[in-house]
Design a protein around this ligand. Structure first.
Ligand code: S3P
Length: 449
């Protein structure tokens, strides 16, 4: 099932909206959806996944896993996906190139997966993915035996030969990235012996939690200097599990901020996963003055999940800490929109990783806000935004194949005095296919541009 990204331009113009209202269900978490599919493929027999996110990025992972030999059946009506796995180390040699569209998580995690198996794989992606750095995953994996066959050593397209005789990994993460950590962990699953991965700055912990849930031989502890140490003994058979995927806090963030900045709004947003490595943006918004009420609390996939009610609020500036930067990495864009509508200075510390996302998001924030009349600049590794409570707009924004730039610009336009044009909203389908339907239903004011 190959599904190429729809690169067809789809421009829209957003006008200031009236008060937003309604009830929204958060789409399923993208990070957990990728991992559930991969772990299901590493089990022998059938894994049942409830509420898998059906977005373009996830379709890329599905089609790659099918090429490695998994049998995956998506039933949209029932919301149940079944995965018949190939088991640890059981990857088949793909017969053609593996195209992963826009999805950085797919390519980095799958490089980890194939690195400790005797397969030769050619990975390709779209224009945006082909610009993103892969050396950060390849370098540590070269030490366990992965071979780079292509001339490219940092960017797609890449031709890689996994090893049949992998050496255990012993690596301290140089970049705080859950994708690198997860790639090494997936590699370690098929390495005989004990691999150790050390994390000094906290990143999302879904892989650790799911490894434990699927019965991998994993131990997570603090070492003598207080860093997180993940120890995996490889080549242990996993146990099949049933998994229900909670809502993606990073997707919910767009509508949380939409309600906060559009005067008179009240939105109920259901099914937000409150994993502390993902939902810290909600704490920052509350510190900015956001009125957010927690309505229902339940649990899915070992994670706390909340329904919340968000009321339009007067916001003030905020400083985010350096150590929270990886836990806010997907929210800085939409937090910058909140900061633009806030009164006073906001400072986001440690933002350089934004430069290597689906687009250069640091440049995207500066362009998006400056063109809309907001005072915004960088200082060393920090981003500073000076809001005065309103945004002029009257600007045109390029999304550069970046779903979160498109969604942030659509939210920015909801409260701006003059209309904002967005050159292409088609990348939104990579993570949040229903975004425009929800945006329209709650009162977003837009037309084709
Ligand atoms: C992700 C990790 C983050 C995040 C991305 C998804 C994951 O990337 O930005 O959207 O699922 O592991 P990095 O780990 O590269 O920071």
């Amino acid at each position: 099932m190959i599904m190429k990204i729809n690169n067809k331009n789809n421009p829209v113009i957003v006008e200031r909206s009236k008060a937003l209202s309604g009830i929204i269900n958060t789409p399923s978490d993208k990070s957990i959806s990728h991992r559930a599919l991969i772990l299901g493929s590493l089990c022998i027999g059938k894994t049942k996944i409830h509420n898998l996110l059906l977005s373009e990025d996830i379709m890329s992972t599905i089609s790659a896993l099918e090429q490695f030999g998994a049998n995956i059946n998506v039933n949209k009506e029932s919301g149940i996906t079944t995965v018949h796995g190939f088991g640890i180390g059981g990857l088949l040699q793909p017969s053609k190139k593996i195209y992963l569209g826009n999805s950085g998580t797919s390519v980095r995690l799958l490089i980890g997966l194939m690195s400790s198996c005797d397969v030769c794989v050619e990975f390709e992606g779209d224009q945006s993915l082909s610009r993103r750095p892969m050396g950060r995953v390849l370098e540590p994996l070269k030490e366990m035996g992965l071979e780079i066959i292509s001339n490219n050593t940092n960017n797609l397209p890449l031709k890689l030969q996994g090893t049949a005789l992998p050496i255990p990994i012993n690596h301290k993460l140089l970049v705080p990235s859950a994708q690198i950590k997860s790639a090494l962990m997936l590699s370690a699953l098929n390495i005989r012996g004990r691999s150790t991965i050390i994390e000094t700055i906290k990143t999302r912990d879904h892989t650790e939690k799911l490894f434990a849930y699927f019965d991998a031989d994993i131990e997570v502890k603090k070492n003598e200097v207080g860093d997180k140490e993940i120890v995996i003994n490889g080549q242990k058979r996993l146990s099949r599990r049933e998994i229900d995927i909670p809502g993606d806090p990073s997707s919910a963030a767009f509508f949380v901020v939409a309600a906060l900045i559009s005067k008179g709004s009240k939105l109920r947003i259901k099914n937000i996963m409150m994993n502390p490595t993902r939902s810290v943006y909600i704490d920052y918004l509350i510190s900015m003055g956001a009125k957010i009420d927690f309505i229902n609390k339940y649990s899915k996939c070992g994670e706390e999940v909340l329904d919340i009610e968000v009321t339009a609020s007067e916001l003030k500036g905020i400083t985010t800490s350096l150590e929270d930067a990886p836990s806010l990495i997907d929210e800085f864009l939409i937090l910058s929109v909140a900061a633009a509508y806030a009164k006073g200075e906001s400072r986001f510390c440690g933002i350089s990783e934004l430069k290597v996302k689906e687009s250069d998001r640091l440049e995207a924030i500066i362009n998006m806000l400056t063109l809309a009349g907001v005072d915004c600049r960088t200082q060393d590794d920090d981003l500073i935004i000076r809001g005065n409570g309103e945004v002029s707009g009257g600007s045109s924004i390029m999304t550069n194949y970046d779903h979160r730039v498109a969604m942030s610009a659509l939210i920015l336009g909801l409260g701006a005095k003059s209309q904002i044009r967005i050159d292409d909203i088609s990348p939104i389908a990579t993570s949040f296919p229903d975004f425009m339907e929800i945006y329209n239903r709650i009162g977003g004011n837009f037309h084709s541009g």
